[in-house]
Write a protein that binds this ligand. Structure first.
Ligand SMILES: Nc1ncnc2c1ncn2[C@@H]1O[C@H](COP(=O)(O)OP(=O)(O)OP(=O)(O)O)[C@@H](O)[C@H]1O
Length: 369
């Protein structure tokens, strides 16, 4: 199977006065795994449904494999689909379920059997052909749904929260399976999820959606390290935010005042907010919990945020410390310290210094939506 490129060209969708998708443009190369990630109501499903052809756009074009399919019906777009609860036909066996799209396409019976057994091998259920859906676990049924979506070798696969109904452990193993399968098939995959961890682990690129628009498009590492807006920073991974005053920029470093005697410096090149930076303006400083350190009060150093331990909890691979700052609005900062080596449990009220690594800090305007 060879994937097809998908070009979403300035697509809009309005329902009455509400705009669900607002001028979305996405150029997806053949064979890419692209996730559409966003909160509930951000327009993910609407966008996917338009690619599938179940809804038509209010404006814009959709080009698949170089062909304008904007006005083409879903069954003629040659797209495989898997949804959160893609009900299998209960009265058909697993093999008959998977053969269904082939039958619809008028493929001969002997060829059908061969392709069904290949699809079952691919999703690692070779011995289940004669069973019925109710005899399979949720994860196995979802694998059958995947087999049914790929059996006719579509160059484009659409998946809408396909693992949403599964428990965490099964989700994680299915994530790897789907990713490996996609790499073997070479299909272009457009994958809708509201689970940022899932998007980070599976995707070549992620399109973060907010209010019907693409807030940011990039590789997982790019989006995680260099979020362009506070919304994206907040949505991807855990993030602490502190409000401060922009003091200015010298020698590639920006100074932010967080409280009396509390000033931190961020490197201008990566920290953002170099666009409309004004001295004296309010800014939001974003700090990843895993890029923060903890030291006894007064140990010295730079970029120090004094506070007191509110709580310390063991979280498996790391210890999570909640520190109430001694400045500003006395907000709580989350600090993640790897749980290797010796760990001193901190007692509530212990005065500490949170040490903020410069490279891990990002700066945003306080006024963005
Ligand atoms: N058929 C419809 N008629 C009217 N409004 C709709 C319709 N379908 C979606 N909407 C609205 O469009 C917006 C986007 O919905 P959509 O289902 O695409 O979001 P989503 O990001 O997929 O959300 P979720 O993660 O909850 O599924 C929502 O505000 C929703 O209420």
């Amino acid at each position: 199977m060879i994937g097809a490129p998908v070009f979403i060209d300035s697509i809009w969708k309005a329902y009455g006065r509400q705009t669900a998708v607002r001028d979305v443009t996405l150029d997806i190369p053949a064979g890419e795994f692209l996730s559409i990630l966003g909160p509930s109501g951000s327009g993910k499903t609407t966008l996917l449904t338009m690619i599938a052809g179940f809804e038509s756009p209010s404006a814009g074009r959709l080009i698949i494999g170089g062909r304008d399919v904007t006005a083409v019906s879903p069954d003629r777009r040659n797209i495989g689909m898997v949804f959160q609860r893609y009900a299998l036909f209960p009265h058909l066996t697993i093999a008959e379920n998977i053969a269904f799209p082939l039958k619809m396409r008028g493929i001969r019976k002997d060829l059908r059997a061969e392709r069904v057994s290949r699809a079952l091998d691919l999703v690692q259920l070779p011995d289940y052909a004669r069973r019925y859906p109710h005899e399979l676990s949720g994860g196995q049924q979802q694998r059958v749904a995947v087999a049914r979506a790929i059996v006719f070798e579509p160059p484009v696969l659409l998946m809408d929260e396909p693992l949403g109904a599964l428990d965490k452990k099964l989700r994680e193993s299915m994530q790897i399976e789907i990713k490996q399968l996609q790499e073997r098939l070479g299909a272009t995959v457009i994958y809708v999820t509201h689970d940022q961890e899932e998007a980070l682990t599976m995707s070549d690129r992620i399109a973060v959606m907010a209010k019907g628009q693409i807030a940011q498009l990039g590789t997982p590492a790019d989006i995680y390290r260099n979020p362009e807006t506070a919304f994206v920073a907040d949505f991807i991974g855990k993030m602490n935010f502190l409000t401060g005053e922009f003091l200015g920029e010298t020698a590639g470093s920006q100074a932010i005042k967080l409280g009396e005697d509390v000033v931190v410096h961020t490197p201008s090149a990566v920290s953002g907010y170099d666009r409309a930076a004004r001295i004296g303006s309010r800014v939001r400083l974003a700090l990843r919990p895993e890029r923060l350190g903890l030291a006894a009060r007064g140990a010295g150093g730079t970029n120090i945020l004094p506070g007191q331990i509110e709580a310390s909890v063991f979280a498996g691979s790391f210890n999570l410390h909640l520190v109430r700052t001694d400045f500003g609005n006395r907000e709580i900062i989350q600090v993640q310290i790897p749980a290797d080596g010796m760990q001193v449990p901190f007692v509530k009220g212990t005065p500490v210094d949170v040490i903020a690594e410069q490279d891990g800090l990002r700066l945003f305007s306080d006024v963005e939506a």
